[in-house]
Ligand binder design. Sequence first.
Ligand SMILES: [Ca+2]
Ligand SMILES: [Ca+2]
Length: 202
Amino acid sequence: MASPLTGAVLIISNEPDMNGGAQCGEEVSDELAMEEIIEFECGDGITGQYVSVLIPNVTTTLSLCEVEIYAPLRRRFELVGSTNTWAEAKSLCSSRGGHLAKIENAEDQSYIVGLIGQSGLSPLTYGWYIGLNDRAIEGTRVWEDGSSLVGYTNWHPTEPNDGGNWGNGEDCTEISRDYNFKWNDVACSSSLFAICQYDDAW
Ligand SMILES: [Ca+2]
Ligand SMILES: [Ca+2]
């Protein structure tokens, strides 16, 4: 029968030597329950490749079964500075190891608007493609990965309008400069910049 694990110190760091480099973690004051999950918020500088467990008065080797590490996906966004159709923008992001952005919440939106603000792109930059589209079924919007549009949206009040009276329909989506960076459905042949997203594990 296992004995209670008390006073253990968990250190997450970038270096195998737990005395060197940036690290985070703390003493786990209570007894650890079986399969208990302990979460630490580490700063951006911690990639967390190494986890050290110090147990007072115990010298032993922990197996991988005893320490499992789950890291959240880190989503990164990038503006890609050339104008393209939606299909070209999609393959451009793909060639860079990503996909067109999936904006899941207000934090994503404001982060991307911040990137646009910092980018110093030319006044001719009217919009930036994101992954949202209704190319397959008119009015049924999905992200580039096929997932449905649920939860957060940031449409301009008059959008999406499928082009209104302008003819050929609008099945792709931009973040529109003219609409104060709100969403607008546009023709997929429009020449716009791309917002790529990369889903890297820590
Ligand atoms: Ca449409
Ligand atoms: Ca529109």
